[in-house]
Design a protein around this ligand. Structure first.
Ligand SMILES: Cc1cc2nc3c(=O)[nH]c(=O)nc-3n(C[C@H](O)[C@H](O)[C@H](O)COP(=O)(O)OP(=O)(O)OC[C@H]3O[C@@H](n4cnc5c(N)ncnc54)[C@H](O)[C@@H]3O)c2cc1C
Length: 291
C-alpha cells in the first residue's frame, strides 16, 4: 500500500481482529482527537471502516481498506462525571475498564456487561448484551461523525433504534463519545459482582481465538447454539476455523494462525444452511464483515 497523507500504519487484518481472520492488510489510523479525526476523513480517498478492538468482526482478504480506530487513551478514552450518575465517556475506552472504574466510584448496575471484550464504541454499535441486559439501557446520548462527509452525528434518548444486537449507530458513523447513566451502588458489592461475572465467563467461553457468538438467537427460547448442535455443526471445519466442540454457535481459530475470511464465510454459510435444512429456521449473523 502507498504511504497516505493522513499517516497510519499498515497492519494485517488478522492482527486487528480477535478471530485472526483476514489475509489482507489495512491502513490503520488512530487520530488523537476530533480535529485529527476530521482531518483523516477529509483526506481519505474512501470512507474509512470504523474499528473498535475487533472482537466482533471478520477482517478482509483484500488489501487497501483504511481502518479508523479510536485510541484507548486521551480524548477518546476520557470519563467526565456530569452528576446524578451520568458520565460522558470516550468511545475508545474498553467497556470492561469503564465498568470497573465506575464500580470503584460506587456506580454500576451493569456487571452482566463487564466481561464483554472491546470498546464502548463497539458495544454501542452492536448493542452488546449479556444475561438479559443490554448497553442500550444505559445510553442517554451519543455523539459521532459521518465518515463520508465529516458531518456531526447525534443521537438523544427517545430517538429509538435499539434492538437485539442492533443499534441506532449507522455503519458509516464513528461514535466518539456517549453520555451514559449508572445507578448508585455499594462499591465492594459491585466489584464482587464483576469478579463473579469474570469467573462465570471463564467457565463458559470456549477455548481458542474467537469473535463471540456467530449467529443471533432466533428467539429467547430458541438459542442458535441448540439449533446448530441439533443440525450436527459441532466439529465442522474450514481452514484454520472450526465450530467449537464446546459451543455450536462459536467458531474458533484453535491455532491462532491467520485464516482466510473466505474460509470463515464458507463455514458460517454451511452452519446456517445446516440449520435451514434441519429445522427450517433462517439464522442471522452477529458479526460485522469488513469485506
Ligand atoms: C470472547 C468473546 C466474548 C464475547 N461476548 C459477548 C457478549 O457476551 N455479548 C455481546 O453482545 N458480544 C460479545 N462479544 C462480541 C463483542 O465483544 C462485542 O460485540 C463488542 O461490543 C465489540 O466491541 P469492539 O470494540 O471489539 O468492536 P469491533 O468488533 O471492532 O466492531 C464491531 C462493530 O462495531 C463498530 N464500531 C466499533 N467502534 C465503533 C465506534 N467508535 N463508532 C461506531 N461504530 C463502531 C464496527 O464498525 C463494527 O461494525 C464477545 C466477543 C468475544 C471475542
Amino acid at each position: 500500500m502507498q504511504p497516505a497523507s493522513f499517516g497510519g500504519v499498515v497492519l494485517p487484518w488478522s492482527s486487528l481482529c480477535s478471530l485472526r481472520a483476514g489475509l489482507g492488510v489495512a491502513r490503520v489510523v488512530e487520530p488523537a482527537d476530533p480535529a485529527a479525526l476530521l482531518a483523516v476523513i477529509a483526506s481519505c480517498p474512501q470512507p474509512p471502516r470504523v474499528l473498535g478492538r475487533g472482537t466482533n468482526i471478520v477482517g478482509s482478504d483484500d488489501d487497501g481498506l483504511v481502518a479508523l480506530r479510536l485510541p484507548a487513551r486521551g480524548d477518546f478514552a476520557a470519563i467526565t462525571p456530569l452528576g446524578d450518575g451520568r458520565f460522558e465517556v470516550g468511545a475508545g475506552l474498553s467497556l470492561t475498564r469503564l465498568l470497573a472504574i465506575l464500580a470503584k466510584e460506587g456506580f454500576g448496575g451493569g456487571a452482566a456487561l463487564s466481561g464483554i471484550p472491546g470498546t464502548l464504541g463497539g458495544a454501542l454499535a452492536m448493542n452488546a448484551g449479556a444475561l438479559g441486559q443490554e448497553i442500550a439501557a444505559n445510553v442517554l446520548a451519543m455523539l459521532g461523525f459521518d465518515c463520508r462527509t465529516g458531518r456531526k452525528w447525534l443521537w438523544a434518548e427517545g430517538a429509538g433504534g435499539w434492538g437485539y444486537r442492533t443499534s441506532p449507530v449507522p455503519p458509516e458513523v464513528v461514535v466518539t463519545r456517549a453520555t451514559l447513566h449508572f445507578a448508585r451502588v455499594e462499591a465492594e458489592e459491585e466489584l464482587a459482582r464483576i469478579s463473579a461475572e469474570r469467573v462465570r465467563r471463564q467457565k463458559v467461553t470456549p477455548a481458542g481465538f474467537s469473535a463471540g457468538s456467530v449467529f443471533r438467537n432466533p428467539a429467547p427460547e430458541l438459542p442458535a447454539g441448540r439449533l446448530l448442535e441439533q443440525a450436527g455443526c459441532k466439529g465442522m471445519r474450514e481452514g484454520v476455523f472450526a465450530v467449537s466442540a464446546e459451543h455450536a454457535n462459536w467458531i474458533v481459530n484453535g491455532s491462532g494462525d491467520p485464516g482466510a475470511a473466505a474460509d470463515c464465510r464458507r463455514l458460517a454459510d454451511r452452519m446456517a444452511a445446516a440449520v435451514g435444512r434441519n429445522a427450517g429456521v433462517t439464522l442471522h449473523g452477529e458479526w460485522r464483515w469488513m469485506a
